[in-house]
Design a protein around this ligand. Structure first.
Ligand code: PMP
Length: 404
């Protein structure tokens, strides 16, 4: 099984032919098309958008607007004003928890998250619940790490104001039934907030079809730049959300006593925007669309299937999470008697990059009964040889530790 994009599209990968990069769930490598688009903005159309009456500034404004259109297309959002550029998933989720949460969650209300959330979709909700005197409830998981929707449906009540959940778990690769959870939230008038950091890079996402209220993603996990992300929301929710920060183009009029706000999307984007970041994300969206998101998902599924079979066949290895057919391209595992950090260090000696630790998901680690796992994650530039090298390196690590 070959990669579905040429390795030569990625300067870092072609400069390091021996590198086995299996950490795309943390951050993905960048194709030249993304770097070129960002560079081109700096070299040809660079100025502060919105605020200049001169042609160059108008061109920068235009680049920013076109980037938003491309990103809206990728995420299946008809109304591009509902795509807000942020610094990333963490930023997007914090904005919603702070701005929407403060305005809509009161004492005695309930906030629900799942036990498989990344800290970025757990802590902001936990903290706003503490601040507002609300009840913070953790929805249990099925054995394979998805939100248990039967329990969730029984848990919710008219007190429930928010259900925050991941599209795909960054630890287990388990895929949540997003539309089903959104429907449960809607049945009690709660806000559904989907952390799409591990969804958007790996499968076709249609915001309109998923039917959630809020969807968040990070550019850097989907071949785009660091420091950029999106907060996508239904218009009536974003329109009613108080501004999170003030200043810059989010202002309509500043009086001595009162200030009025600009319309969406500007109202939720205070300060000079990260235009190059948006341009880079748009280029990444176009690059992924040219491959086809169904092809991306199928490729990862095929790789993770082989990896799942081969890795779990090694004695003493425990693979966490769902069966290969039901997961995206993430494989978390623990190896008896070898700490995940030691494993990652040994693999690094063979130029294999995997992640080890709690993956910013300590509540999930507790539920799995471990303190850390090793995680290999796959993307468009990985091939079966990468899986082979991972398997060989794991076997070698086991031999080494057996002798020690
Ligand atoms: N949620 C999930 C599921 C993630 O995997 C990550 C990144 N590890 C985040 C949120 C946070 O993303 P970022 O650091 O880009 O804000």
């Amino acid at each position: 099984m070959s990669a579905i994009v040429p390795r030569s599209d990625f300067s870092l990968l072609s400069a390091n032919p021996a590198l086995v990069y299996l950490d795309s769930a943390a951050t993905a490598q960048k194709p030249r098309a993304v770097l070129d688009a960002m560079n081109d903005f700096y070299e040809t159309d660079y100025a502060n958008p919105h605020r200049g009456a001169y042609a160059l500034s108008a061109r920068a404004t235009e680049r920013y607007a076109r980037a938003r259109e491309a990103v809206a297309r990728f995420f299946g959002v008809r109304d591009e004003a509902c795509v807000i550029f942020t610094r990333g998933t963490t930023d997007s989720l914090n904005v919603v928890a702070a701005a929407w949460g403060r305005a809509n969650i009161g004492a005695g209300d309930e906030v629900i998250v799942t036990g498989a959330e990344h800290h970025a979709n757990f802590v902001p909700w936990q903290q706003i619940a503490i601040e507002r005197g609300a009840i913070f409830t953790i929805c249990p998981l099925t054995a394979d790490g998805r939100a248990d929707v039967e329990v969730l449906a029984a848990l919710v009540s008219e007190k429930t104001k928010v259900i925050a959940f991941n599209h795909v778990s960054n630890v287990l690769g388990a895929i949540n039934p997003v539309a089903e959870i959104a429907a449960i939230a809607r049945s009690v008038g709660a806000l559904s907030v989907c952390d799409g950091a591990q969804g958007a890079p790996h499968m076709a996402v249609s915001f309109d079809a998923l039917d959630v209220d809020i969807y968040a993603a990070s550019a850097h996990k989907m071949l785009g730049p660091m420091g950029t992300g999106v907060l996508i929301g239904r218009r009536e929710i974003l329109d009613a959300m108080p501004p999170y920060q003030t200043g810059g183009d989010m202002i309509a009029f500043v009086g001595d006593e009162q200030t009025t706000w600009n319309v969406l999307p500007h109202r939720l984007e205070a300060g000079t925007p990260n235009v190059a970041g948006a341009v880079g994300l748009a280029a990444a969206c176009d690059y992924l669309t040219a491959i086809g998101m169904d092809a991306v998902a199928a490729h990862e599924r095929a790789l993770v299937k082989v990896a799942h079979e081969r890795v779990s066949a090694i004695e003493g290895v425990r693979v966490h999470g769902p069966s290969a057919a039901e997961r995206s391209g993430v494989l978390s595992f623990t190896v008896a008697d070898i700490h995940p950090h030691d494993l990652a260090t040994l693999l690094d000696e063979r130029s294999i990059c995997i992640r080890a630790g709690h993956h910013c998901a300590q509540p999930l680690m507790r539920r799995l009964g471990v303190t850390a796992t090793a995680r290999a994650s796959f993307y468009v530039y990985n091939d079966e040889n990468d899986v082979e090298q991972l398997v060989e390196a794991l076997k070698s690590a086991k031999r080494l530790f057996a002798v020690a």
